[in-house]
Design a protein around this ligand. Structure first.
Ligand SMILES: Nc1ncnc2c1ncn2[C@@H]1O[C@H](COP(=O)(O)OP(=O)(O)OP(=O)(O)O)[C@@H](O)[C@H]1O
Ligand SMILES: [Mg+2]
Length: 284
C-alpha cells in the first residue's frame, strides 16, 4: 500500500515555501458513486512548471478537471490565485486559468484561426467586443506555436500534431496566469515535443505563468519541470524536484517500472532508462 503524501499543500505555500497559484486541499472526487481521488492535496507553485505524472487511469486528468472546476469535488477545497474556486464566476476563472483537456475535439468546420480566437472569449463582454489586442494575442499565439500558415484550414483536416499545436495556441491566446495542460505533447514527433516543452518553459520563466502539465514522457518531465508530482491509484505518491523524485525506487513504486536513473551529463537532471516491465502486485 502506498503511503499518501498529505503535506503537499499546507495552505497558500507549497512544501518548498513557494506561493501556490492553484491548489486543492483534502479533495475527494469521482464519477457517479465511484471515488477516484480520495483526500488529495496538491499545490502548484507560482511561476513554475509542475509536471503531473503517473500510470494510466491513476487520476491525473480527474485532478486537472477538479482544479479547472469541470468536476466538482464531493469534499475539500480548491484555490486559484488565493481565492476559493467554488466562489468565483466562470468568466473570472477563465480569465485567470486555461485548460487544455486530454483529446479535445473541435466543432466541425472551425478553422484554426477561429479556434485560437476562442481563447479570447473570456476577455470579451457585451461592452468590450473584439479588439486589436485580441487579434494581436491570437497572432502571437499562432506564431509561437508555428500554426500561422494553417490559419484558414479547418481544424478537422489537420494532422494530429498540427491539431495539437492549434489547441496549445488557443490556450496561449487566453493569456492566463495559470495554464493546465493535459498531455500537450501527445501525437507530436520528438522534435516538436522538444519545441513545445521549450516554449512552455519560456512561458513559465519569462512571463511568470504557472503551468501544471500532465506528461507521460518522464524524461521531458525531468528535463523541463521545476516540480514533479507523481500519482498512483488516486493518490499523490511522491513530490519534489526532479532530482528528489526520480529514482529507481520511486519508478518501481509508482509505475511498477524497472528503470535505471542516471544524470544528464550536461544538465545534471535525471534521465530514466527503462529496463523491463516489472509488475508489483504488492504496491497496488
Ligand atoms: N467520465 C468518467 N466517467 C466514469 N469514470 C471515469 C470518467 N473519466 C475517468 N474515469 C475513470 O477515472 C479513473 C481515472 O481516470 P483519469 O482520466 O483521471 O486517469 P489519468 O491518470 O488521466 O489516465 P491517462 O494517463 O490514461 O489519461 C479511471 O479509472 C477512469 O476509468
Ligand atoms: Mg488522462
Amino acid at each position: 500500500m502506498l503511503q499518501q503524501v498529505k503535506s503537499a499543500f499546507a495552505g497558500d505555500h507549497d512544501v518548498s515555501g513557494a506561493p501556490v497559484a492553484v491548489g486543492c486541499r483534502a479533495i475527494s472526487a469521482g464519477y457517479g458513486g465511484q471515488l477516484i481521488l480520495d483526500d488529495v492535496s496538491f499545490g502548484a507553485a507560482a511561476g513554475q512548471i509542475t509536471a503531473l505524472v503517473g500510470p494510466n487511469g491513476c487520476g491525473k486528468s480527474t485532478l486537472l478537471k477538479v482544479l479547472a472546476r469541470i468536476l466538482r469535488p464531493s469534499a475539500g477545497s480548491v484555490s486559484l490565485l488565493g481565492e476559493d474556486l467554488s466562489r468565483l464566476p466562470t468568466r473570472k476563472i477563465a480569465q485567470r486559468m486555461a485548460l487544455l483537456p486530454q483529446g479535445p475535439i473541435a466543432p466541425e468546420g472551425l478553422t484554426v484561426k477561429e479556434l485560437v480566437a476562442q481563447g479570447r472569449f473570456p476577455h470579451q463582454t457585451l461592452l468590450r467586443q473584439w479588439t486589436s489586442g485580441d487579434a494581436a494575442a491570437v497572432e502571437e499565439a499562432m506564431a509561437l506555436t508555428d500554426v500561422a500558415a494553417l490559419a484558414d484550414r479547418p481544424v478537422a483536416t489537420l494532422s494530429g500534431g498540427q491539431r495539437q499545436r492549434c489547441w496549445i495556441a488557443m490556450v496561449l491566446a487566453q493569456d492566463t496566469d495559470v495554464i493546465l495542460l493535459d498531455e500537450p505533447t501527445t501525437f507530436l514527433d520528438l522534435r516538436v515535443q522538444v519545441d513545445i516543452m521549450t516554449l512552455l518553459h519560456r512561458i513559465a520563466a519569462e512571463k511568470r505563468r504557472t503551468l501544471v502539465v500532465v506528461l507521460h514522457e518522464l524524461n521531458f518531465a525531468a528535463a523541463y519541470a521545476d516540480r514533479i508530482v507523481m500519482m498512483r491509484a488516486g493518490q499523490i505518491a511522491c513530490e519534489g524536484t526532479p532530482t528528489e523524485t526520480f529514482s529507481s525506487q520511486t519508478l518501481d513504486r509508482v509505475f511498477d517500472l524497472d528503470a535505471q536513473v542516471i544524470a544528464d551529463p550536461e544538465t545534471g537532471r535525471p534521465v530514466c532508462i527503462p529496463r523491463r516491465h516489472m509488475p508489483n502486485p504488492a504496491a497496488a
